[in-house]
Design a protein around this ligand. Sequence first.
Ligand SMILES: [Zn+2]
Length: 495
Amino acid sequence: MSHAIVLSRAGIGLKAPLVKVEAHLSNGLPAFSVVGLPESSVRESRERVRSALICSHFKWPDRRITVSLAPAELPKSGGRFDLPIALAILVASGQLSADTVVNREFFGELGLDGALRHCRGLLSAVRAATLDQRAVILPAEQATKMALVPGSRVAAASDLLSVCGLLKSEKLVTIAVKASTPSTQRHTDTPKITGQDVAKRCLEIAAAGGHHLLMIGPPGAGKTLLAASLPPLMEDPQPSDELELSLVRDLLGLEPNRGRPFRAPHHNTTAAGLIGGGVNATPGEVSLAHGGVLFLDELPEFNRAVLDLLRQPLESGHISLNRAKGTYCYPARFQLIAAMNPCPCGFAGIQNERCRCKPDVVSRYQGRLSGPLLDRIDLHVSLERQPAAMLLQSQETDSDAQGLRGTIDKARQYQYARQHCLNAALTHTQLLQVCPMETAVRHWFEEACDHLRLSGRGIHKTLRVARSVADLAQAPSLSEVALLEAIGYRSKLLP
Ligand SMILES: [Zn+2]
């Protein structure tokens, strides 16, 4: 046998297309070449594979060795092909039986001494291999993480010799994969907030209906603390959401996250940092916040062009990045919590405080936010600075927090039973169907909209929020009180 095929997978974003690693030994001057669009990290694998084989006491074939990674048009990078290349050479040179590598996929970078090292993005490869019903052999340090993929069959090894040992043993010992246990984040770790009843009410509505939220208030009003208290109020993540987030984190070499993520990128973050980018189009903060909360503090300080890029994920729940190598698509469904000061000094319109900013400076500061972004944020709330006496008072107790979560959970069940989605995701047509009002209330609301000169979009946002307020009270139709509360949360920055 002077020819062998071993299976592996390339990594293009979250996609993991199958790659056939072929080795052929022919007569002629001893040489070793790798073909099939390998990037420099793969071309370097020649040196690693040769040393690893020799250090593991295998015989290096003194012949002309050609390794091909097919299909050739797929870009291939990283050290993950080291192990399949080494095994293909071993099979082609008759040092390992061809049967041992059939219907299995192999990943791992080899050290010069034959040690098997960890590589990024293997979780997506294991997911794809599991769909194709193949077992996977990969570095030991990454094996436990693969339990996130339901039904995966994984065998782990720490070096090339133990891989061969595993393959030669009668039956491949695969790690039993358990279904992941539900996360426990929400029942611990709830930040305690003192005062700020309006903001807390807004968070309750945001959590119940999945609405995006903008908080406007002076420095020290507790905006960050309020935002951080949202993830524990959200519903427990589905295993599929957790898997998607783990796939994204794995691409960046991060450990899986338990529970709902909370991401708070700094305001000088770049477009690539926020939505993803770079040559290999790695995921950004919006994808790391998938299924959880993206908190943007000091919103007007962000580059406006960068903020405008949020429109696609806010609209569709994912982000596509086009590169020469292809289109990379990452999940990015998050709840946006934005915070800002009312003016550069932070005290415009705050009781008992003096703002030092000129009116045109204040309007320029607020005008830095684009209308289309503000338009997608249903809830706007103004915060006051907390008096010191308030901060010294007793804090919210655990039983209060439990009661609040119960109310929010009921409101969400109410929405799913009625429309199979949260209120924030309602389309305009659906919205009118799920917002019944008594005739008198309808007339009152129409007059109020005319009086406040609410735009069509403004009316829809008000209805969506009012629907969540009514759902928290388990009320089938919208009352004047619910509508009035929703009108109170309309934008102060948009006409
Ligand atoms: Zn000011």
